[in-house]
Structure formats: structure tokens, C-alpha cells
Ligand binder design. Structure first.
Ligand code: ADP
Ligand code: 5SP
Length: 499
């Protein structure tokens, strides 16, 4: 029996899966690492932590593995998107990585529009200039840390840096490159026009490959440290949302995904790069060759819940925190939460807005707040579904993955708020499964990714919308939608008091 490893370099942790040829999970290990948040709006990580935690996790997997280590045939990756990693000429790190949920770059987004023009940027990249994307981060470093910028010889995305440290080879791949604002997503090449505008040398952007491309084998040093064989094949991998989609079988038109991790996304498969959402949702290359996906993003989905838990229920598990949610009626006894705790992306690209609890009553207890938090996150994701529906897409069945799919009350809330059937997968492992599938496909275990999905992905319980409950949620959703406009100005006024 042969095996593959899927490495999901998430925001909260690296999660590694060992899968056999039947798609059965033989081992899984997760190692957390911290966020570095020096100021409000800043979010960084030390890339060396990614490498060290991955090395530890792989060593543990190998130590627990009772087969022949040479039978672990391939490795691939899924990575948190958009993060900027800068290397100098000797391929040493220049600074910490600036992550996708860092929103310090509002001025740089403005500069991008001034230099390229909004319409032209949309033509080339299919996406607007958002604080979370990579190019604005690069311009921020240029403006604020010119000495460090001078030293930078190449930029990388998080999982591409990890792969470089495992193989010694530098590459980028289309699904993650699509989130940089430097890729011409239809031509599948770094945009000369954008690079030229910002004086980026040609070799500043790594060579582009497909997600399933074989990029080399493990280097001797990494193999020795982990106990893996140096003949293990390494495949490029994909952006975490592309991999989440692969791992959930979102490989044909009409399929929709809801993923609640640190961020939350509603993602829809696109066969071509030609649908026009005018930048209202993101549009990226898929991890499947020559395919795309569109997606709306809630910046702090799972993060809102983990923030709430850390601040108000530090010693409780997520299960304990959500235990009593079922005893609270729809609408959390009149309490409404907006999850804008680090700003928002879809539908409000706004880095200054912040979250709110509206309607706090002396009778409310913690369980009302817990329910309000998960309802609010779900309302925010519903705003992305609304955009898809307004653009003529039918969204009647949604595969739900990520930490948020672990709780059955929340899955039912998704069904009722989205007014769609919600399918849970039995072997749901989020993006790590997609990464492992890219390795399995790369190893030629299957002629297509679809055949790999047919073998590996198993559907579990379906949650059906309840008509009465869906109607109640519609009413509250209308109120939810008005909170953004009504609190926008207040939040701008409060901005100067944030640290
Ligand atoms: N048992 C649970 N029930 C509901 N939500 C959960 C549970 N466990 C984790 N979560 C949510 O899932 C999030 C983490 O999801 P995950 O997919 O692991 O994230 P990431 O890939 O961003 O690191 C947490 O922030 C939390 O809000
Ligand atoms: O910024 C985006 C997508 O545009 C995020 O989805 C990141 O890719 C991080 O994902 P998670 O850690 O929440 O999985």
C-alpha cells in the first residue's frame, strides 16, 4: 500500500494528513503557531515557525508509521493565501510574513488604483485591490521599510516558502499566485504591465507551475530531520480555498462550498475565467488545471468565534461553548452580532469597520452571545450567497467544511440562513484533503482529479432547511444587513482610539 501526505499550512496551525490509496486517513497531526499582532490591523507570522512545526509534525507521523517509509510516495500542500514572504539574494528571510488578515495597506490599495486604474486591474487580475492581497503588502514594505525592501530578491507565498525549505526549489503555482494581484489570471502569467508599473524585476516573481506539478524530491537535510525518504515526490499544491474545494469535490459547474476556518468563504466552481462579477467577489485560478472559482470572504468567521471563546470562555472547548446554543431561540433573544472584528471583505471591502453586538439586554447570558456570534457569522456568509444568486447562479446545495462544520447546530443554522441543503462530508479534513489529493493525482494514482475525488470523498449527513425557521432568519437577516451602514461612521470615529 502506498501513501501520500497533505500539508495544510493554515493560519492557526499546520495540519498534516497521511492518506492511503483508498483515501483512508491513516494519521493526522496538527501543530499550532501564534499570530504576531503588534497593532490593530497588523497580522504577521514567523515563517520559521511554519517550517519547525511542520518538521516536528512530519517526524511524529514517521515515528508512528508502521509501514516502509519509502511507501510514502508523495507530498503536496495547501496554504493560507496572500501572505507576503520576502527572501534576500541568499534566500534568507528578510522579515516576518505579513498575512492575509493584515489590513494596514489601505493607502497602498489606493496607489494601485491610481497607477493601474480599477477597470484595468479587474481586466487583468479579475479582482479589486484589497488590503489582504499580496501586492499592497509589497508596496507597504517598499514605502515603510525601504532598507528591507532593497534587500528583497524574491517574494513567495506561505506554502511556497515551506515547500522551498523542503526541496530547495523555488516555485509559485497559479491558484495562490491569483491572490497576489500580480497574475494575469486568464493568460496564466505574471502581469508584465503590473510588474512594470511597480518596478518589479522579472526574477522577483517565481516560476509558475500547475498545482499538481512535480517540483522535485525532498532535500537530504529535510529527509534526515523528519525520517522521510529523500525520494519522496513533492507536488506544488494550492491555495487553501482551492484545496478546500478539491477536497470537497467542487470540480464541476454548479457546485458550491461553505468553508468556515479562521476566515469564512462561500466558493463556487467556474469552468472559465470569463464570468463578470465586477470585483464583488474574488475570482481565482482553481487547483484543477484551467479551471477557476469565484468566492466571497468573511474575514473573521471562525476567528470571531475563537476570539469570543478566548476572551469570554478561555477554559471551555468549542463543544462546551456551543453546547447550550440549541436551547436559545432563533435570533438569540434579540441579540445581533456582526463579525467585522478585523474589518470585512465581502460585500463590504472595509478595513476600518469593526464588529458589534446590537440589542444587549440585561436578561442575556453567555449562551445568547454564543448563538448570536454563530448566527452573525452565517449572516455574513449569506451576503456572499446573495451575490451569487443575484448573478443568476443556483445555490441549492452547499458542501460545508472547516472547523465550523464540526457543530451540528451550526450546520442547521447554515441550512436555514442559506435556505439550501447543507452536506457534511464524513471524512471532512478541509484543505489538507485537497492537498493530499493533489499528491495522489500527481503520483498518477488516478487519471483525473475527479476520479480521485470519487474514490476519496464520502458524503455524510445532509441538513435540510426548515421553512418556518428560514423565514424567521430572513427577517433577522434584513436587520443584520442594515447594521453595516448604521455603524460605519461610528467605527470611523472610534478608529483613533484603537491601539
Ligand atoms: N467543535 C467546533 N465547533 C464549531 N466550531 C469550531 C469547532 N472547532 C473549531 N471551530 C471553529 O473553526 C475554526 C478553525 O477552523 P480551521 O478550519 O481549523 O481553521 P484554519 O484552517 O483557518 O486554521 C476556529 O476558529 C473555530 O471558530
Ligand atoms: O484570505 C483568504 C482568502 O482570500 C483566506 O481564506 C486565507 O486563505 C486564510 O484561510 P483560513 O486560514 O481561514 O483557512
Amino acid at each position: 500500500m502506498n501513501y501520500v501526505l497533505g500539508i495544510d499550512l493554515g493560519t492557526s496551525a499546520v495540519k498534516i494528513l497521511l492518506l492511503n490509496q483508498n483515501g483512508e486517513i491513516c494519521d493526522e497531526i496538527s501543530k499550532p503557531y501564534p499570530l504576531i499582532q503588534e497593532k490593530s490591523g497588523y497580522s504577521e507570522q514567523d515563517p520559521l515557525q511554519w517550517v519547525d512545526r511542520t518538521t516536528e509534525a512530519l517526524s511524529e507521523i514517521v515515528a508512528q508509521f508502521d509501514g516502509e517509509v519509502q511507501d510514502i510516495e508523495g507530498i503536496s500542500f495547501s496554504g493560507q493565501m496572500h501572505g507576503l514572504v520576502l527572501l534576500d539574494q541568499n534566500h534568507q528571510l528578510v522579515r516576518n510574513a505579513i498575512l492575509w488578515n493584515d489590513t494596514r495597506t489601505t493607502d497602498q490599495c489606493r496607489q494601485i488604483y491610481q497607477a493601474i486604474g480599477k477597470e484595468r486591474l479587474l481586466d487583468i487580475t479579475k479582482n479589486p485591490a484589497l488590503e489582504g492581497f499580496t501586492l499592497p503588502k509589497l508596496l507597504w514594505v517598499k514605502e515603510n521599510e525601504p532598507d528591507l525592501y532593497e534587500k528583497a530578491a524574491v517574494f513567495m507565498l506561505p506554502k511556497d516558502y515551506l515547500r522551498y525549505r523542503m526541496t530547495g526549489k523555488i516555485h509559485s503555482e497559479y491558484s495562490d499566485a491569483a491572490g497576489t494581484l500580480l497574475l494575469d489570471i486568464n493568460q496564466k502569467e505574471w502581469s508584465k504591465e503590473i510588474c512594470h508599473h511597480f518596478e518589479l524585476k522579472e526574477d522577483f516573481c517565481p516560476e509558475l507551475v500547475e498545482s499538481h506539478a512535480f517540483v522535485g524530491t525532498l532535500n537530504e537535510e529535510f529527509a534526515k530531520k523528519t525520517g522521510l525518504s529523500s525520494s519522496t515526490k513533492v507536488f506544488a499544491g494550492g491555495a487553501d480555498n482551492a484545496c478546500g474545494a478539491i477536497g470537497a469535490g467542487i470540480l464541476t459547474e454548479g457546485k458550491t462550498l461553505c468553508s468556515i476556518g479562521t476566515s469564512g468563504v462561500i466558493l463556487s466552481y467556474e469552468q472559465g475565467g470569463d464570468r463578470n462579477f465586477q470585483g464583488k467577489v474574488h475570482y481565482f485560478n482553481h487547483g484543477k488545471e484551467n479551471a477557476y472559482y469565484s468566492m466571497g470572504v468573511t474575514l473573521a468567521a471562525g476567528y470571531s468565534l475563537s476570539w469570543f471563546k478566548d476572551v469570554f470562555a478561555e477554559n471551555e472547548s468549542f463543544e462546551e461553548l456551543l453546547e447550550e446554543v440549541k436551547d436559545v431561540p432563533i435570533g438569540a433573544n434579540g441579540l445581533l452580532f456582526t463579525p467585522y472584528i478585523v474589518g470585512e471583505r465581502t460585500p463590504h471591502a472595509d478595513s476600518a469597520v469593526r464588529g458589534s453586538f446590537i440589542g444587549i439586554d440585561a436578561a442575556h447570558t453567555k449562551k445568547d452571545f454564543s448563538r448570536a456570534v454563530i448566527e452573525g457569522i452565517t449572516f455574513s456568509l449569506n451576503e456572499s450567497i446573495e451575490i451569487f444568486r443575484e448573478n443568476g447562479m443556483e445555490v441549492d446545495t452547499i458542501i460545508s467544511i472547516g472547523g465550523g462544520a464540526k457543530n451540528k447546530e451550526w450546520l442547521q443554522i447554515q441550512a436555514d440562513v442559506f435556505n439550501a441543503e447543507i452536506v457534511k462530508l464524513t471524512n471532512e479534513q478541509g484543505p489538507g484533503m485537497g492537498a493530499a489529493m493533489l499528491a495522489a493525482y500527481g503520483c498518477e494514482w488516478f487519471p483525473t482529479l475527479q476520479e480521485c475525488a470519487d474514490q476519496f470523498i464520502r458524503k455524510g449527513k445532509t441538513f435540510f432547511p426548515n421553512k418556518d425557521d428560514a423565514e424567521k432568519y430572513q427577517k433577522i437577516y434584513r436587520l443584520y444587513k442594515s447594521v453595516y451602514q448604521q455603524t460605519k461612521e461610528l467605527n470611523e470615529g472610534l478608529k483613533e482610539f484603537r491601539q
